[in-house]
Design a protein around this ligand. Structure first.
Ligand SMILES: [Fe+2]
Ligand SMILES: [Fe+2]
Length: 236
């Protein structure tokens, strides 16, 4: 199935349950997935035999995850928009309201909540413009490529030269969003509310944790599956 030379990207694309294993060992599977397991473990100083054994255990049973890797790219693009962009648009309103409220009530005793609210507002604005670019420019082109391939028609003309250009830009924005969420995780002590935290405080941390997990899967679907396969399709 896989060995230490298989890339993290391929393993997670094949079965998303592997993501939890990589996460547990501190190995980046969404923005840094284009490295082999062996190489990533060497860099992190993690024992590759432990990671491999954990992977084998996690992937041993039949998976109930959708086999997104086998989907046509237009279906995958629509799924990302409906499932992940839809969630982000709903979640940023609620989470932003909660983090700002926590900052205004608890900011004096817990100044990190002020920084967290500011960083979350930042990521909300970044993601809003990022998703609009994907939905208006990149995804429609990827969908047209997929349709042309199915119909045996020539590739549509791209408004941006090679598709590699907007993909590079989207990947840089993914990195920035991932870094901001990592900073929020750090500031919140791994989303651990203090003893005196009120309900809103606890809810806000739970929501932030869920938002980061969703971002990882969202970025994984784009960086590890949608974009590399669109690049191959463009070549064909
Ligand atoms: Fe996206
Ligand atoms: Fe994206």
């Amino acid at each position: 199935m896989f060995d230490t030379t298989t890339t993290i990207r391929e393993i997670v694309a094949d079965d998303y349950r592997a993501a939890a294993v990589f996460q547990k060992h501190g190995l980046d599977f969404c923005c840094g997935g284009n490295r082999s397991v062996g190489e990533a473990c060497r860099e992190k100083g993690v024992d590759v035999r432990v990671v491999t054994a954990d992977l084998e255990q996690a992937l041993a049973s039949a998976s109930d995850q959708p086999r997104v890797n086998a989907w046509d790219l237009d279906l995958l693009a629509d799924y990302i928009v409906a499932n992940h962009h839809g969630y982000v648009r709903l979640a940023i309103g609620t989470i932003g309201a909660h983090t700002r409220k926590v900052a205004s009530v608890h900011g004096e005793r817990h100044p990190e909540t002020i920084e967290i609210a500011a960083r979350f507002d930042e990521i909300a604005a970044e993601m809003t413009s990022h998703m609009a670019k994907e939905e208006r420019v990149l995804f429609p082109y990827i969908k047209a490529l997929a349709a042309a391939k199915r119909d045996g028609a020539p590739a549509p003309r791209a408004p941006f030269g090679s598709i590699a250009n907007p993909i590079r830009m989207m990947e840089a924005e993914h990195q920035s969003a991932g870094d901001t969420m990592a900073a929020i995780r750090e500031l919140s002590g791994g989303y651990t509310p203090p003893e005196d935290a009120c309900t809103t405080y606890q809810v806000a941390y739970k929501e932030l944790e869920a938002f980061e997990a969703d971002l990882h899967r969202h970025v994984h679907l784009e960086n590890n599956i949608l974009f590399p396969r669109a690049l191959v399709l463009e070549q064909e």
